[in-house]
Write a protein that binds this ligand. Structure first.
Ligand SMILES: NC(=O)c1ccc[n+]([C@@H]2O[C@H](COP(=O)([O-])OP(=O)(O)OC[C@H]3O[C@@H](n4cnc5c(N)ncnc54)[C@H](O)[C@@H]3O)[C@@H](O)[C@H]2O)c1
Length: 425
């Protein structure tokens, strides 16, 4: 669709006002972005810069877009998952910010890809990706556009893993900053954000009582740790599965039962995997699960539950609630999958609370600015967010929360930097 010069593809422009209200509500919890916006307005760091973004189209992302636009950027936005788009937010960005947005909740995979193509048509200087689908397309079907690109940023663990593999294979053509790896990102967004919003997604999809249920969490990484912590808080008996001995040990010491999935599969009432790995919940597990078991995924791609196998094993599949499908197996058992096996916190709920996205997206904004200033000095590698940016974001967040901390006294500074002050000084 085109209005004047503006091209976009969204579900329903009539939802724009609702979207704008939700953007404003989210902004109340995003004071760090506001501070950055004030500086961007004055300094215009993105003037003349074209950006292509593939992100979950949520109220929080819309606020990131708002501050990048305030900084002078020209941006096109597509979804980073076919089910994560909030249609009212997409409409608000088109209607009130005249942004080219290509995202519809429930779009087909073909439509999803064609939307990624559309944002790349902007011929980006900077890419902002969540899961690396945009960067992958840029290096394959759209490689003629690579000459314009200065660099990119990547939001999530799975994208960073893919990018590192690409850089190691010598295939990455521009530098990318791993926003996910900033401490002000994964300590908070992956753990507390995914923890809360995943539980929210499971509850909205099912409305089951979590208290007293055996809740099996696949993985004990940043996201899965948050899910385990919050499920326990709701009264579930949490069982963790892992493949890494250190993480498994941490789970044991945190007081969780740790089992192989083959055993956990028999015990679980609810399963949620967030590992970034494939087929964590697989055929052999479906075979032994109890009737009525609920399955969800909060990892980036819809690969953690083997949906193909589950579909083949089923004699009938019925949508029993919004975002909940019943899979009837040969032997009469019924398994329930939330959000079609896609990240449940975005498919069935609203994604992370704004307060954590405030920090994640402050990292995005400042990493993009850093890339513009320093991209020509960087190689075609994956870079960490500079520690000064990470600390500055933590400082701004604490200020905004009204929390004060100590600073080192001169004596303490000397002591911590001395090698010769041991026992008795
Ligand atoms: N839902 C969301 O909103 C959201 C937010 C952030 C990240 N993510 C995604 O969640 C996934 C996990 O991210 P993270 O930051 O927690 O990563 P992480 O690396 O900290 O943790 C992953 C954990 O899974 C474990 N693991 C791997 N394969 C396993 C298997 N077969 N069985 C059991 N455990 C296994 C690893 O040992 C590791 O401890 C990624 O795909 C990431 O992109 C989702």
């Amino acid at each position: 669709m085109t209005t004047k010069e503006l091209t976009y593809d969204i579900a329903d422009m009539k939802q724009a006002e609702r979207g704008r209200f939700r953007m404003q509500w989210a902004a109340k919890e995003m004071p760090v972005l506001d501070l950055i916006e004030q500086r961007f307005k004055k300094e215009q760091p993105f003037k003349g810069i074209r950006m292509a973004a593939a992100m979950h189209v949520t109220a929080e992302t819309a606020n990131l877009m708002r501050i990048l636009l305030a900084g002078g950027a020209e941006i096109a936005l597509a979804a980073s998952n076919p089910l994560s788009t909030q249609d009212d937010i997409a409409a608000a960005l088109v209607s009130y910010y005249e942004m080219p947005v290509y995202a519809i909740k429930g779009e087909s995979v073909d439509q999803y890809n064609s939307h990624l193509h559309s944002v790349l048509d902007i011929k980006p200087h900077i890419t902002m990706d969540d899961g690396m689908d945009l960067v992958a397309m840029l290096h394959t079907d759209r490689s003629s556009l690579l000459e314009h690109v200065i660099g990119g940023t990547e939001e999530t663990t799975t994208g960073v893993i893919r990018l590192r593999a690409m850089a190691a294979a010598g295939k990455l053509n521009f530098p990318v900053i791993a926003v996910n790896d900033a401490q002000t990102k994964h300590f908070f967004d992956n753990r507390y954000g995914t923890g809360q919003s995943t539980i929210d997604g499971i509850i909205r999809a099912t409305n089951v009582l979590l208290a007293g249920k055996n809740f099996v969490v696949g993985g004990y990484g940043w996201c899965s740790k948050g899910i385990a912590m919050r499920a326990r808080g709701m009264g579930s008996n949490v069982i963790v599965t892992e493949i890494d001995p250190l993480r498994a040990l941490e789970a044991v010491m945190d007081g969780f039962r740790v089992l192989p999935m083959a055993q956990a599969a028999v015990e679980g009432h609810i399963f949620c995997s967030a590992t970034g790995d494939i087929h964590v919940l697989n055929t052999s597990h479906f075979n032994v699960m109890r009737d009525g078991a609920i399955l969800a995924n909060s990892g980036h791609f819809d690969v953690e539950i083997n949906m193909k196998s589950l579909t083949q094993m089923s004699t009938k599949i019925t949508r029993v609630r919004d975002f909940l499908d019943e899979y009837l197996l040969d032997d009469g058992r019924r398994l329930y999958v939330a959000g079609e096996g896609r990240l449940v916190n975005l498919a069935a709920a609203e994604g992370h609370p704004s307060a954590v996205m405030d920090m994640s997206f402050a990292n995005q904004a400042l990493a993009a600015e850093y890339m513009l200033k320093n991209g020509d000095k960087l190689g075609n590698e994956v870079y960490d967010v500079p520690i000064d940016i990470d600390k500055e974001i933590a400082r701004l967040k604490l200020d905004a929360m009204g929390v004060q901390i100590d600073t080192l006294t001169e004596e303490q500074d000397t002591y911590l930097n001395a090698w010769n002050m041991g026992t008795g000084h």
